[in-house]
Write a protein that binds this ligand. Structure first.
Ligand code: NAP
Length: 519
């Protein structure tokens, strides 16, 4: 099987009228799915419960975008058992066949990409470009991991010794529990699921309760391509209720999680405990939060670019990216000018319902909105000065103004805890070394950026800025599959580097085989 070289899926150019019209049609089309009730699917069998899960449009909180089931404990256990039974066949399916399924899914998603993006506009409040980027990334993961699996299927390159034939090949692990977040509700869900499936594992997929509708669309795509029943089992429901059951089940072989630090650590701890009749050490891949910083050095080439880069990184998708800039650390020589420029640039940010394609839509839900508002209050109580925004907007949805707070102390609450909303803390530094020290002084280590023209300082950042994804003279969001393998240090997770060459290895185990050929 020979595939063309991997290329990233291009983003849609929404300055073109035809593309805008097509997207509007897709927005209209997906509304037909609203209010429909969707089942839990285990081994191809559909299940309904009395306990329903409603997915709401955060731009218009009265609007239901889909009705789902809250899976029961019995269903959760059944899903693991069916995945385990299916594993015995699926692991024998030749790699090329597994790859064909995934490429077919990629092809069909590409054809209907606006429909997938449109659902994210309604379900999680992404503007058009953010939703389009999410779908493009999902397609990229399918294309990239297909190619990677073909490479892995050739085995590890081992040294041959005389008198033996030596090889080392990769085997799948078993049943994987896949738990994605809502903020990249298609890309991350698809990436984690496809990585598990293409490597020969079976999956219990538990989407976020804030984004089951887009997950359902992907699951329907897997049904459409006739992926054998039971390879992916679709289990909606409350993470805090069924999560523990599927993580601790003795037949679960690995957990692939992306989400908050607290939940990730809990999963890691639960998975580490051996259950009765469990035969393996469970593997946990946990990608977690961030408190990402951009350093603005005293020597920068293009002041306006730096201001724009910070604003985009802080407020793209309402600051709800694990990679979002939530701290900007500015050298004292530029500090006042930079603060003024940030506040000026923020005036251009339009906030409204995501379907209208503003710069910023709503935050995900009421709980998140309240938590963000509390963080803003706390920042001011702790001595920060509000220089832009700070308030809630319309009550129809969960809208918050882009908010910039200056004079934040490096150890203040908003400089340390992940807020996951449109709030930017501005921190003053005395010099570049001090800026690096501040940047590294949190529990996290996900993304970071430096704007400087000094080669020496950039080299220093390469060595000392302790983050999994470092960007120099550009924004700290927008990682591309294959180009910027993604994952963080410290409490940001296991640094699995999604979209990179090492990633699929996490879903497999290697077996070394030596055969005597002569005496
Ligand atoms: P979350 O609250 O931790 O939820 C993530 C997933 O875990 C959801 O599917 C959730 O299901 C499930 N869950 C909750 N409690 C569980 C339990 N006890 N056992 C098993 N599963 C459980 O995170 P989120 O709000 O969805 O996502 C935002 C977070 O993800 C941020 O911290 C962000 O930085 C991080 N993130 C990290 C990366 C990265 O690559 N490092 C990428 C994207 C996002 P329910 O929805 O049903 O509760």
């Amino acid at each position: 099987m020979k595939l063309s070289k991997f290329k990233n899926e291009p983003f849609t150019d929404f300055t073109k009228k035809k593309n805008r019209q097509d997207f509007e049609k897709a927005l209209n089309k997906v509304t037909k799915r609203f209010n429909i009730e969707y089942p839990v699917t285990i081994g191809g069998e559909k299940f309904f419960t009395d306990n329903k899960l409603y997915s709401f449009n955060p731009s218009d909180k009265e609007q239901v975008v889909g009705v789902f089931q809250k899976a029961s404990a019995e269903m959760a256990i059944k899903a693991i058992e069916i995945a385990n039974n299916t594993f015995h066949d699926w692991k024998k399916t030749p790699v090329k066949e597994r790859v064909k399924y995934i490429l077919e899914a990629a092809k069909r998603m590409r054809k209907r990409k606006h429909e997938f993006s449109a659902m994210m506009v309604y379900e999680v409040g992404k503007n058009w470009a953010e939703a389009d980027g999410d779908t493009a990334e999902a397609i990229d993961f399918m294309e990239y991991y297909s190619r990677e699996m073909l490479r892995y299927s050739e085995g590890m390159n081992v040294v041959q010794i005389q008198g033996e034939k030596n090889k080392c090949e990769y085997l799948p692990l078993g049943v994987g529990v896949v738990i994605p977040p809502w903020n990249f509700p298609l890309a991350i869900l698809v990436g984690m699921t496809v990585a598990a499936v293409v490597t020969g594992n079976t999956v219990v997929l538990k989407p976020s309760s804030d984004s089951p509708a887009i997950a359902q669309m992907f699951f329907e795509l897997l049904e459409e391509i006739k992926l054998p029943k039971g390879v992916v089992n679709f289990l909606t429901g409350d993470g805090s209720v069924i999560g523990d059951l599927i993580v601790t089940h003795h037949l679960t072989r690995f957990v692939s999680f992306t989400g908050s630090m607290d939940v990730g650590l809990r999963i890691n701890e639960l998975a580490a405990k051996k259950q009765a009749s469990q035969k393996w050490i469970k593997r946990v891949v946990a990608e977690m939060g961030g408190k990402d910083a951009i350093i603005i050095d005293s020597e920068i080439d293009n002041f306006d670019n730096a201001v724009k880069g910070v604003i985009q990184s802080a407020f793209g998708f309402q600051g709800q990216k694990c990679s979002a800039c939530s701290r900007v650390i500015v050298d004292e020589k530029l500090y006042d000018k930079f603060c003024d420029a940030l506040a000026e640039e923020a005036k251009n940010i339009k906030v409204s319902a995501a379907a209208d394609n503003p710069n910023m839509g709503p935050v995900i839900n009421e709980r998140s909105k309240n938590s963000i508002v509390n963080y803003i209050k706390k920042a001011i109580d702790e001595g920060g000065k509000l220089i832009f925004g700070g308030g809630e907007l319309s009550t129809k949805g969960f809208f918050i103004q882009p908010t910039i707070i200056k004079d934040v102390k490096p150890d203040a609450t908003i400089a340390q805890e992940e807020i996951f909303g449109p709030v930017l803390a501005v921190i003053k530094s005395n010099n570049f070394d001090n800026a690096l020290e501040i940047a590294n002084n949190t529990l996290y280590g996900l993304t970071g950026a430096v704007y400087s023209r000094s080669k020496k300082k950039l080299e220093k950042a390469e060595k000392e800025f302790f983050v999994g994804n470092l960007y120099l003279n550009r924004k700290c969001t927008g990682a591309l599959v294959g180009v910027h393998p993604f994952g963080g240090f410290n409490m940001s997770g296991t640094d699995s580097k999604a979209g990179g060459r090492d990633y699929l290895g996490l879903f497999m185990q290697a077996k070394s085989i030596a055969q005597k050929t002569k005496n």
